[in-house]
Design a protein around this ligand. Structure first.
Ligand SMILES: [Zn+2]
Ligand SMILES: [Zn+2]
Length: 669
């Protein structure tokens, strides 16, 4: 537990204390720290609403002011149970009703285990800790919301009230946090994405399947240009692969069954004489034949209808009734006919899956050509489109989607090349962060749990150890800011997730970087080494710019829609003062010059007053406005106005255009 998590968890004990002061009958379940705060689940006839928060917070303040120590007590399981039955756990005193959830939790703890209780003032709770030293160490807190939640997350269990709050060491940190939330609301990519005409979600297209309007597609084009240039310079080669693949590919990769939950269900089809066949209709017909057979069997052996009738009993009945068996055999001619039927003789249909990741396709490309150590490292890159089945309740704007275009690449290398390649990938990350003004980031290095080999992680204990060590060494040597998280690796190797904070301090998980020793082996990928033996390469999966969806969602909020010139969907808008024919011609000649240089420029063709035109351009956060009046035209000049900066004055036309082109070329902030 981090320091702030410890503080927040301690605040949940204080929250329970306060609720009990007001409603002594309250029953508590679990009260852990969560991202950005804490909660406690409470069972109470009174429905807690935000109107109650002031009253609860007042009691919490008293408890903090009293500065009670958090005292730890170790008891046996029986002692803990006895206290629970007296209602004394998560309570201020003995009560008529037992502490039902706490008793349930204790009953699920093995009999010999020591149990720890924590006390602050009169409040005693079953808890493993840790906590801050005293309630007075909880600096600043606030209750934020109340929701409902099932006990242990299971809808068969009673529904509880989940009271959320947050806490920080200082008042200032708390205030900053709420100010950030306020700002984040204004910057919400769903709101700005709609207002700035960047992307749309449409029910007919389907949930989680964003479509990009021209302004969004412009951002995508710039990001792809950036990635292609950067990757080209770093020695990557581009490839292209289809959006679907046969089931056998994913069985080979292990995504089936390990990853099946996150994939769309398969498309089943069968080609017959070069034509697509309706497999659904065939399946129905096969089902009907099967049904017919079953019905005749049930007439012979009525007990077949009993749900508990066992197969062994059926076999016994079958052999004990030779006469009926005779009939059965006749009847089972149906089965023979069926088995010889057109349906049964057809080849097994193919199953195709929408690709949830690009790796298996890329592995096939590695394997398509004989490789020697001289070809390595081989770096295959593709902005591949993937489809993942996220639960509909988990879809959020561009952050959690079902279709995504990924800044993907797979690097194949010898073990000796691993360090240099991994460093190269990290360097690329850091250069991108600098370009986008991402000052705060953290790499989460997820490793495997040896206890979960085979179920959750491929069963290669030695390779896990080796690659995790190599990765750890590179991270340590490069001085990159990282934390290690056990048990969260991908199933085929250790993984690094990159978390980045936007300028206002909102956290995003935007990119991943994975080391893979298992898939190259599953795909029998080999290269011929110096000594002429065949060896398996190591593979790095990396996506520094993540997916377009998530990265652009991040950028919208990071820049609050005020994109730098090079990324701006509409880089330049030309606004004329009046609609004099000569003025219009002059504007069009500027527009054509800009477009000839690939600048995304437009002219406001309306007959509005200049102030109206400026206001509209500012609203759409157009980066640069070139305002042109008669005097500008006569001097071969333009008046430059930049969104957020205002009027920068008149400049010669050639100079203004040259500056724009340079800023775009250098991708200036
Ligand atoms: Zn605790
Ligand atoms: Zn991959």
């Amino acid at each position: 537990m981090t320091d702030v998590e410890r503080l927040r968890h301690s605040a949940s004990h204080v929250l329970a204390t306060a609720i009990l002061k007001i409603w002594p009958e309250a029953q508590f379940a679990a009260g852990p720290p969560v991202e950005n705060g804490f909660y406690y689940d409470v069972d109470l006839p009174h429905r807690i609403s935000p109107d109650d928060f002031e009253k609860i917070e007042a009691e919490m303040k008293k408890e903090i002011k009293a500065n009670h120590p958090f005292e730890k007590m170790e008891v046996s399981r029986d002692e803990a149970l006895e206290l629970g039955r007296k209602g004394r756990l998560a309570a201020l005193s003995d009560r008529k009703e037992p502490s039902k959830f706490k008793v349930d939790i204790i009953e699920n703890i093995p009999a010999n285990e020591k149990i720890s209780l924590y006390r602050n003032g009169d409040f005693i709770d079953l808890c493993a800790g840790p906590h801050v030293m005293r309630t007075g160490n909880i600096g600043a807190f606030k209750l934020t919301s109340v929701a409902s939640a099932y006990y242990k997350g299971d809808e068969k269990n009673p529904q509880l009230q989940r009271v959320y709050g947050t806490a920080f060491k200082t008042r200032k940190e708390l205030d900053d946090y709420f100010a950030m939330l306020e700002e984040a609301k204004k910057r919400d990519h769903r709101k700005l994405g709609r207002e700035l005409e960047i992307f749309v979600l449409d029910d007919d297209v389907g949930p989680g399947l964003p479509m990009w309007l021209p302004r969004g597609a412009a951002i995508i084009d710039e990001l792809e240009k950036l990635a292609k240039e950067t990757e080209f310079a770093a020695g990557y080669q581009r490839v292209r692969t289809p959006h679907i693949a046969r089931e056998s590919l994913y069985k080979k990769s292990g995504h089936l069954p390990y990853y099946a939950e996150s994939m769309f269900p398969p498309m089943t089809l069968r080609a017959e004489g070069g034509k697509k066949v309706d497999v659904e209709a065939q399946a129905r017909s096969i089902e009907q034949s099967g049904q017919l057979l079953l019905e005749s069997l049930q007439q012979l052996f009525p007990r077949l209808k009993e749900p508990d009738y066992l197969l062994e009993e059926f076999e016994r009945d079958f052999w004990q009734q030779p006469k009926q068996s005779q009939v059965f055999l006749e009847k089972s001619a149906i089965a023979t006919v069926f088995s010889k039927s057109k349906w049964a003789q057809l080849p097994q249909p193919d199953r195709y899956y929408l690709k949830a990741m690009n790796c298996p396709h890329h592995h096939k490309l590695f394997g398509a050509v004989p490789r020697s150590y001289r070809d390595l490292p081989l770096r295959l890159a593709e902005y591949g489109t993937c489809y993942r089945y996220e639960q509909s309740g988990e879809l959020i704007g561009l952050m959690r989607v079902r279709s995504m275009q990924m800044n993907d690449a797979h690097l194949y290398m010898t073990p000796e090349q691993f360090e240099a390649e991994f460093n190269g990938v990290n360097e690329m990350y850091l250069n991108y962060f600098k370009l986008f003004g991402i000052d705060k980031y953290l790499m989460r290095f997820s490793t495997h749990d040896p206890a979960k080999l085979r179920q959750k992680f491929v069963d290669e204990p030695e390779l896990w150890k080796k690659t995790e060590e190599m990765t750890r060494n590179v991270l340590n040597n490069s001085g990159i800011n990282y934390v290690e998280v056990p048990n969260e690796a991908a199933f085929y190797g250790p993984k690094i997730d990159v978390q980045a904070w936007s300028v206002i301090g909102r956290e995003f998980s935007i990119a991943t970087n994975q080391v893979d020793f298992a898939q190259p082996r599953r795909f029998n990928l080999v290269y011929k080494d110096k000594d002429n033996t065949e060896k398996t390469p190591i593979c790095i999966h990396r996506a520094p710019l993540g997916t377009h969806e998530r990265f652009i969602g991040f950028l919208i909020e990071h820049y609050a829609g005020n994109f730098p010139l090079w990324l701006s969907p509409e880089q330049v808008r030309i606004l004329t003062i009046g609609d004099d024919a000569k003025l219009v011609d002059y504007s069009i000649s500027i527009l054509n010059e800009l477009r000839a240089h690939q600048v995304r420029a437009e002219i406001d063709k309306s007959t509005d007053q200049i102030n109206g035109k400026i206001q509209r351009a500012e609203q759409m956060k157009v980066h640069t406005m070139l305002v042109i009046g008669k005097r500008d035209m006569e001097a071969e000049a333009v008046s430059v106005r930049v969104h957020g900066k205002g009027n920068l004055g008149a400049k010669p036309r050639t100079e203004a255009i040259a500056e724009l082109l340079l800023s775009i070329k250098e991708r200036r902030a």
